[in-house]
Design a protein around this ligand. Structure first.
Ligand code: ADP
Ligand code: ASP
Ligand code: MG
Length: 410
């Protein structure tokens, strides 16, 4: 008998009919003798609908109330799914984040899980043959305030439950049948991977592949939770996210990730002297704006230029702060562009292969795509390009690195 945690995303529970199908799937698994815990998302579109309502109601909704609002989506799904399970003769109980003891910090909208307190009660339910249905995405802080875990956070709920219960596997059911070499909606020739290492999946997720929330991968790596991404609608083995070992495909490049949520800011003609970077970036980070890539040019004469990227949602605020700094520093000008994207090549095999960057730059040049920024690490190379080139960049790199071909690239 295995203990498996399932997670169903928004599209998989997007209608009454689909919730019924999910219930059928769970019942079949229970009949086989497995113990099942299920984490579910809000029905598709619901979280966006709730956010839009809040924006209509108020210019600056209070983060605490925002979480009270957006957490309702998942509560609807747990109740409906549990009803569907009952109707199929499958004993089940639903739990909100607070009821399951999903204790988080108090960072509304991006809370981190600290503890799951009700694991004993859950084990009891499971021993009695009940399916435990948990609302994804939500928790509660030490003062009893409802919190949420950030967009895509139901993945993290599922992995956290699997870690707390020492489950045999955490299965993320979604609208694609696994993790692909890149988003199959952008490159239809993308190839499904049978296995990917935690390290690569973490890099793919942090560089914009929304198939798994980054924190869920961090959690799975930290607590060694076997994690699998599969289709809610079709049978199949999906993709196993595994520790690095000889069984994991060692292609040089395992995938291409991209992020459409970036914006770029530049300040030119700033004095080239110690302390300037912190004078420029200090006010931005103090405003709780996360900075992604940073490039400082080599100083010419006594001045230099400085470019960095932030989340598109923070663009207007960052621009305003930078203009203020620019006046204080006597800089030449401030430029901003929120029509840019970041495209990244990811692969653990990259470590031992020279020439990857060169092939990447040549490929983009051949397509007439100008690179605005570059950043590299041991297992990734990222470039910032104009938004209009996203599809072209992804597809041409996918082809150049032969990612649609199953095999190792020299
Ligand atoms: P869910 O609602 O089930 O959580 P998401 O929309 O969050 O689903 O994640 C699934 C989506 O992730 C897919 O529909 C696909 O467009 C996108 N995606 C991005 N990168 C990849 C990738 N490398 N492999 C598979 N899917 C990807
Ligand atoms: N419903 C939340 C969202 O849309 C959480 C999730 O689906 O994982 O982001
Ligand atoms: Mg998701």
């Amino acid at each position: 008998m295995a203990l498996i945690v399932h997670k169903y995303g928004g599209t998989s529970v997007g209608s009454i009919e689909k919730i019924g199908k999910v219930a059928d799937k769970i019942c079949a698994q229970v009949k086989k003798g497995d113990q099942i815990v299920v984490a579910v998302s809000a029905m598709s579109g619901e979280t966006n609908r709730l956010i839009a309502l809040a924006e209509e109601m108020s210019d600056q909704p209070h983060p605490r109330e925002m979480d009270v609002l957006v957490s309702t989506g998942e509560q609807v799904t747990i109740a409906l799914l549990t009803m569907a399970l009952h109707d199929r003769g499958c004993d089940a109980r639903s739990y909100t984040g607070a009821q399951i003891g999903m204790i988080t910090d108090s960072a509304h909208g991006k809370a981190r899980i600290r503890d799951i307190q009700c694991d004993a009660a859950v084990h009891k339910d499971l021993e009695q043959g009940k399916v435990v249905v948990v609302a994804g995405f939500q928790g509660v802080d030490e003062h009893g305030n409802i919190t949420t875990l950030g967009r895509g956070g139901s993945d993290t709920t599922a992995v956290a439950m699997a870690a707390a219960l020492d489950a045999d596997e955490c299965q993320i059911y979604t609208d694609v049948d696994g993790v692909y070499t890149t988003d199959p909606r952008v490159e239809p020739k993308a190839r499904k991977l049978d296995k990917i290492t935690f390290e690569e999946m973490l890099e793919m997720a942090s560089l914009g592949s929304k198939v798994l929330q980054i924190r869920s991968v961090e959690f799975a790596g930290k607590y060694n939770v076997p994690l699998r991404v599969l289709s809610s609608f079709e049978e199949g083995e999906g993709t196993l996210i595994a520790l690095e070992d000889e069984n994991v495909e060692q292609a040089t490049i395992s995938g291409i990730a991209f992020n459409r949520d970036e914006a770029q800011l530049t300040i030119t003609g700033v004095p080239d002297k110690p302390g300037v970077a912190s004078l420029i970036l200090g006010p931005i980070t103090e405003a709780n704006i996360e900075i992604d890539m940073i490039v400082q040019n080599v100083g010419v004469d006594v001045t230099t230029d400085f470019t960095f990227t932030v989340h598109r949602n923070d663009f207007a605020k960052a621009l305003e702060l930078l203009e203020k700094t620019s006046k204080e520093l006597g800089a030449k000008q401030v430029l901003g562009d929120d029509k840019i994207v970041k495209v990244s090549l990811v692969g653990v095999g990259m470590r031992s292969h020279a020439g990857i960057a060169n092939t990447m730059f040549q490929t983009l040049a051949r397509e007439g795509i100008n690179i605005r920024m570059i950043s590299t690490s041991e297992i990734k190379i990222s470039v910032v390009v104009d938004e209009k080139y996203l599809e072209l960049a992804v597809r041409s790199l996918h082809e150049a690195f032969e990612l649609d071909v199953d095999g190792v690239i020299a």
